[in-house]
Every structure is written in C-alpha cells, then in structure tokens.
Design a protein around this ligand. Structure first.
Ligand SMILES: [Zn+2]
Length: 397
C-alpha cells in the first residue's frame, strides 16, 4: 500500500485522483504552449497523519533509523507507487561526504554521480519507468540536454521498456554514447534543449507512450524528491542551506518538496533555505527571483551544459520554492565553475560535472558577500559525474 492520496495543482490548488495518466492541470495549462515555462504543474499529496504515525512506530522499533541505510523506509512512506513496480536497477542512496578541505568550513557534498547512469536524473527516470509499468506503456519519450536522456535510456533498458530521446546534437559526446549503448532511439535536434523539449511533446501527442519531459509529469519532481528525503535521513539535523545546480528548476523543486512533505507530516519544523546556482548566461530563474517578472534567458551559452536552458520548465514553481524556503538565486561565471570543478576534484576526490561545480562557485560567492550566516550547515548537491563531459575540462586547460 502507499499513502498517496492524489495530485494537487501547484498553481490553482485543484485536486486530481491517481488513476488515468495526467500531466499538467487541465485548467491552468489550457493556454500553455512549448516555448514558455510549464503551467499547472501537479504535485503529489499524501495522507500525512498516517505517515507520521507509521514513521514514529518505525522509530520506536528502530531507534537508530536516522543512520545511513535506513532511508528506504522514509522514501517508501512518501512514495506514490507500489514497490513492486520499481525497476531492479538500484537508484539513489548516494553518499553524503563531509569535508573541510574546500573552504575551511565544514561542507556536505551529496554526490549523485554514483547513480547507475552517473546522474541525479536516475531518480526521476526510476519513478517514471514504474509509472509506465503501472499504466502498461512500453515506451517513454524525453527531451534532454543529455543527462535525463542517458538516465532514461539506462533505467528503461533495465525494465525492458523502449526509450525515445530528443537531444540537441551539441550534447556532450559521452551522454550521446550512453543513450546509444543502452539501445534507446535517439533523435538529435538541430537546435537547443528548448527545441528538443517541444519535439518530445509533439511526439507523445501522436504516439502511445509516456512523456518524461522534466516537470511535465508530477513524478519527475517526486522522483527527485528522494534526494531531499535522504538528506533528512543522513543528517542528524536538517541543513541550513542546500545549494542546487539550477537550469529547469526541477531538481530544486523536488528537493523543496521533500522538506515540505516532511514538515506537513510533522517530522520537521523549519525547511532548509534553497540556493539556486545558475550559470550567468542561463539565469532565467535568478532574474525572475530578483525582479518578480519572468523572462527567458537571452542567450544561454555555458560550459555547464546540464543547466543551459533558455526557458526553464519549472520557473514558476522554483521561484515559489526559493521564496517559501527563504532561499536565493546566484549567478556564477564559467571561469568560476571550472575553477570550482578542479578544486572539488583535487581537494575532495570528487570529479563532478561543471553544472554540479556551480554549487561550490555559488557558495564561495555567497560567503564573500556575507549572504549566508556563519557556522551554517551547508549541503552542495553534486548531481552528475565529471566523466560525462571531459571536453569541459579540456576547455579549462
Ligand atoms: Zn491548476
């Protein structure tokens, strides 16, 4: 059994039952078209008092459940689908590394590059493959800058489901290789990620398949939520700040949802402040957070390909989460990103993608400008493995 009670629209609050396939809130998304941030993104709701009861009983039976290794139980309580539907390939339960070697202060690094495809995106693919199994779909389509696609290709392969990918031809070679070796059908798009997003939407309207475009289905956010639940389970106290590489704003929204769910279930009082780390030319969410008005990023062009987005699909939701959590959004340059990537590799032993290193660059930026309080407990989300884009490193040399 699960405690999932249905969907709620993050824009108008309308509720929808679990049952047939649903993507966006039908009334809020009526005038949505590709090329604008998504409207009427749905989120999952749960029977929170029942979860609280079960978690408390679990803690009585297993008083050290907060120690690493016990989070599966917590993730299950806040998960929308039956365990039997999940793929066999293990996803998540990634390490949290503490280090003082980067800044002198203690920093916690949540390294998701150790997921099966080398990326955080496996968390969303995992749940979407389970949803495809529930609904009887044999095919899932996705648009991606590379990581969501290589992730979907891998997780689909583990479950015998066909993956159809739309990705920019300019995606890093290693990610395109991953897509091919896992047997996915790859359509390269002469254009940007935003063009690929539109192409995948068109495809799913005319084919019998599930669409995994980020934030389009509530489970893409819900899958990403598991990283926030793991942080809660891995740390004795929730962190003060979580720095998140931010392109579309969906990882940020997923982590925010974890802490909102925990608060709603009465397991937590204060949610961590979320900090969106953006590349300076791909800064639509930062500009939106600063001005209150949405505008596309003018011309995204960054070495951090995973967060290079002109029109962030979850812009509205991500900015709402930044405000609700008391967080902020920070721009960093490619030079700062590449220097942070090198520092992480040389001082922590973690080789992460440029987009992941944007979190460390943003952290230094915040500290210099006095934007975070002293002695704060800080988590940096490192969402992808550095081997996915070795060209970026060559570029830095
Ligand atoms: Zn709505």
């Amino acid at each position: 059994m699960t405690y999932f009670t249905g969907y709620r629209c993050t824009q108008c609050g309308a509720k929808y039952p679990l049952g047939e396939l649903i993507y966006l809130c039908p009334s809020c998304s009526r005038d949505y078209h590709a090329g604008m941030p998504l409207k009427g993104i749905l989120e999952c709701e749960y029977d929170y008092p029942a979860i609280k009861r079960e978690w408390e009983e679990f803690l009585i039976a297993l008083p050290h459940a907060h120690e690493y290794g016990k989070m599966e139980e917590l993730c299950r309580l806040f998960g929308p689908l039956e365990k039997e539907l999940y793929p066999n390939l293990p996803v998540g339960k990634t390490p949290l590394v503490s280090t003082q070697s980067l800044s002198g202060e203690m920093l916690y690094l949540k390294f998701d590059g150790v997921n099966p495809s080398g990326s955080f995106k496996d968390r969303a693919s995992y749940l979407m493959v389970a949803e495809a199994k529930r609904l009887g779909f044999r095919e899932i389509v996705a648009a991606s800058t590379g990581n969501a696609a290589s992730s979907l290709a891998a997780i689909c392969a583990s479950a015998g489901i066909k993956a159809v990918i739309f990705a920019p031809a300019s995606a890093p070679q290693a990610k395109l290789v991953q897509i091919r070796i896992h047997g996915a059908e790859l359509h390269t798009v002469d254009g940007t990620y935003d063009d690929a997003f539109a192409a995948a939407l068109d495809y799913s309207k005319t084919h019998e398949c599930l669409n995994r475009n980020t934030a389009y289905h509530a489970f893409t956010i819900e899958g990403k939520k598991t990283a926030g639940l793991e942080l809660f389970a891995q740390m004795p106290l929730p962190p003060d700040y979580i720095f998140v590489p931010t392109g579309d704003g969906v990882i940020l929204s997923g982590i925010a949802k974890a802490f909102r769910d925990l608060r709603q279930a009465g397991l937590l009082e204060n949610v961590p402040a979320l900090v969106a780390a953006q590349a300076e030319t791909s800064d639509a969410i930062t500009s939106y957070w600063e001005s209150g008005n949405y505008m596309d990023a003018a011309r995204p062009h960054t070495v951090a390909d995973s967060i290079s987005v002109k029109t962030p699909s979850a812009a509205h939701l991500a900015v709402q989460e930044l405000r609700d959590s008391g967080g902020m959004a920070i721009r960093v340059s490619d030079a700062e990103i590449l220097s942070a990537q090198k520092m992480l590799a040389q001082r922590s032993g973690i080789f992460c993608e440029p987009s992941s290193a944007a979190t460390l660059a943003a952290y230094f930026n915040c500290r210099e400008q006095g934007k975070i309080k002293d002695q704060a407990s800080v988590v940096l989300m490192l969402t992808g493995h550095g081997l996915k884009d070795i060209q970026a490193v060559k570029f830095a040399e």
